[in-house]
Design a protein around this ligand. Structure first.
Ligand SMILES: *[C@@H]1O[C@H](CO)[C@@H](O)[C@H](O)[C@H]1NC(C)=O
Ligand SMILES: *[C@@H]1O[C@H](CO)[C@@H](O)[C@H](O)[C@H]1NC(C)=O
Ligand SMILES: *[C@@H]1O[C@H](CO)[C@@H](O)[C@H](O)[C@H]1NC(C)=O
Ligand SMILES: *[C@@H]1O[C@H](CO)[C@@H](O)[C@H](O)[C@H]1NC(C)=O
Length: 292
């Protein structure tokens, strides 16, 4: 048992060491555990000062502690994720009716644009067309009408003569569909990208992006490893060296605890679970590759 504790302690302390990094003038923030970690160019209103974020990238926390991005003309959306390297965000509707929000989405005056667009035509039907395997948008339908969104030409043709045309919208979908979609309830996150400020390269190199000074909007990259390896190389090293090391350590824990314990089955399960937890959490890989 003593060996197990020592090895576990070693594992945890090395993890903590890499996860908890230097303190900055603009510390990272989040609305709640598990929500996106907010840093430049974004900032959380009330938690990070003005100079911690780029104009137009101010976020807030709502009553349910969800992270909220307010798009000009289109209103508040929950922020589901941020990729600081590719400069992309994933958003959804706080009231779980994304299609309703799509009907009034206008990104013209926002700092974000879609990454992949797919055209969807919306129809309002008085009859039930689910027998044609069309999937209605529940939150826009009622006992007397059903709303469908389709990107398939033949479904558009079919519904055009039977239902009321509502609109045709270029939807900034999460992933490109390689086929026409017969019908969709369009509940998956919208994926948007921003071009300015260009912090992606800095982030990908493990640097920290921020304003150069208080009197201009010019950005600077700090803390980037001077002879830093690109992130892909660091991932390769993680997979090549870090994972076998971890497996070995986990194995050691399992062997030592099994040797010193009577309830082998329970310990085997505990070992397997801790190993699974370790490898299923993207945070553990991230922790290994160091702060971004
Ligand atoms: C979006 O808003 C801009 C003005 O901000 C307007 O010119 C444009 O027509 C709008 N687009 C749609 C599809 O309503
Ligand atoms: C669909 O039609 C019904 C009945 O005409 C109407 O009440 C409803 O607002 C329409 N829905 C949409 C999304 O246009
Ligand atoms: C800008 O000024 C504020 C206080 O006025 C200071 O806390 C902050 O560190 C400054 N930021 C930069 C980038 O110089
Ligand atoms: C802020 O940065 C800009 C651009 O690098 C520079 O031209 C300007 O002189 C700086 N201002 C101060 C007060 O340091």
């Amino acid at each position: 048992m003593a060996t197990q504790n020592t090895v576990t302690l070693f594992l945890f302390s090395s993890f903590l060491f890499t996860v908890i990094t230097s303190t900055q003038t603009c510390p990272n923030a989040a609305c709640r555990r598990g929500d996106p970690v907010i840093r430049f160019p974004f900032r959380l209103e009330n938690l990070q000062t003005n100079s911690c974020g780029y104009p137009g990238f101010t976020l807030s926390c709502d009553r349910e502690k969800q992270t909220v991005v307010n798009l000009p003309m289109s209103g508040p959306f929950t922020l589901q994720g941020i990729d600081y390297g590719t400069q992309e965000i994933w958003i959804n509707d706080p009231n779980d009716c994304l299609p309703a929000r799509l009907l009034s989405l206008n990104l013209t005056d926002s700092l974000f644009t879609g990454v992949y667009y797919q055209d969807f035509t919306f129809f309002n039907c008085s009859s039930d067309y689910t027998m044609y395997r069309l999937n209605p948008i529940a939150c826009l339908s009622s006992s007397s009408n059903m709303v469908f969104a389709t990107s398939a030409f033949r479904v558009v043709k079919f519904l055009s003569s039977r239902c009321n045309f509502i609109t045709r919208i270029a939807v900034p979908v999460e992933l490109p569909f390689y086929e026409q979609v017969l019908s969709s309830d369009l509940s998956s996150d919208l994926r948007l990208a921003y071009v300015v400020p260009g912090c992606g390269r800095c982030e990908s190199r493990g640097g920290r992006c921020g304003f150069k000074n208080n009197s201009s909007l010019e950005i600077a990259c700090t803390n980037a490893p001077r002879h830093g390896l690109p992130r892909s190389a660091r991932y390769a090293i993680t997979i090549g060296a870090g994972v076998p090391t971890l497996l070995f350590a986990v194995g050691l824990v399992c062997v030592s605890s099994a040797a010193g314990s009577r309830s082998l089955a329970r310990d085997a399960i505990a070992c397997r679970n801790s190993a699974l937890q370790l490898f299923h959490s993207p945070h553990s890989l991230r922790a290994l590759t160091g702060p971004q």
